[in-house]
Design a protein. Structure first.
Length: 317
């Protein structure tokens, strides 16, 4: 009784094929493990001794056909981006046409189900080991398969699926917790801390829109902040240089020039210090004007007194 490979491979009967004595037809059908629909865009390679004999990409039918030479052993590799790669072997080295009745010739068929490759799951056994091996049993035109290998692979796949489901549940819980923390940090404008959390979320769900959008947004915010800090640093240096120059002019009693520098500093940063110093400089200028006016009056009085003295006008002097 034929055994159908559960989950991964199913065989289906075809009518006998009348072909050349040294040819064996083998049909490969690829399907999606979850939907069970035909899988297009799958690369199916026929290998012999490490060399590629043929390579075909499936169309919408999900099917390919290879013509094998009897007396050889082949390996079939099935791959598609985002899917776990599979392989199986075909041993047609012991085909004896004399054991077959009539004009029927050996042929083989396999239906291969591909499943998505998930992060943090070890698929090395599935990728590195054959699903099974097909061979001629000397009686049936349909190539048989190694049931022990197939059962071992079936159990391994079932365990991987359980591990994947558990990992996805744990990953979902971790993701939700991380996103909650990240959003809170983002709202608090703790962008660098939020960045770390969103990056952790993306490692769990690489294609999720929300954390990826936030990473782009935070990158823009941090770059703008860096540019602003650089500009502020340069502005601060220019401000300090102007204040130093203004203070020097003030100490030299060059008050108008000092006021000009303090005003330039205020144009850079609205600080109280240059405002106070401008008031002081203006007061100093006013005091100097008053002192000069008083000195002029005094000198005029002295000059007038000297004139009266020369004229011996004692009463006027």
């Amino acid at each position: 009784m034929r055994v159908k490979l559960l989950l991964l491979i199913s065989f289906f009967f075809l009518t006998g094929w009348v072909i050349g004595q040294s040819d064996v037809q083998f049909f490969v059908k690829t399907i999606n493990f979850t939907t069970r629909k035909k899988e297009a865009g799958v690369t199916v390679k026929l290998m012999e001794g490490g060399s590629t004999v043929n390579s075909v990409v499936t169309d919408a039918s999900g099917e390919v056909k290879f013509m094998l030479k009897s007396g050889k052993k082949y390996k079939v590799e099935i791959s598609k981006p985002g899917k776990v790669s599979r392989n199986f072997t075909i041993n047609v080295s012991k085909i004896d046409d004399e054991l077959l009745q009539g004009s029927s010739k050996p042929y083989g068929e396999a239906e291969i189900a591909l499943f998505d490759e998930q992060p943090n799951i070890d698929y090395s056994y599935v990728k590195d080991n054959p699903i099974t091996e097909f061979f001629f049993d000397g009686q049936n035109t349909l190539l048989q398969h190694d049931e022990i290998l197939a059962d071992k692979m079936k159990k391994k796949i079932e365990k991987i699926m359980k591990d994947t489901e558990a990992s996805q549940k744990q990953g979902e819980a971790n993701y939700n917790s991380i996103i909650k923390q990240a959003d809170a940090l983002f709202t608090a404008k703790k962008y660098e801390e939020a960045l770390t959390q969103y990056e952790a979320a993306v490692r769990i769900k690489p294609t999720e829109k929300h954390p990826n959008d936030r990473l782009i947004e935070i990158d823009g915010i941090l770059k703008a902040a860096k540019s602003a800090n650089l500009a502020n640093s340069q502005l601060d240096s220019e401000y300090k240089a102007l204040i130093t120059a203004a203070d020097g002019l003030r100490d030299q009693k060059k008050y108008p020039e000092a006021i000009a520098r303090y005003n330039e500093a205020l144009a850079k940063k609205q600080e109280q210090y240059p405002k106070d110093e401008i008031v002081k400089c203006e007061a100093a200028i006013e005091a100097a004007k008053n002192a000069a006016a008083n000195a002029e009056k005094y000198n005029a009085a002295i000059k007038a007194a000297d004139g009266f003295y020369g004229q011996q006008s004692w009463m006027s002097a």
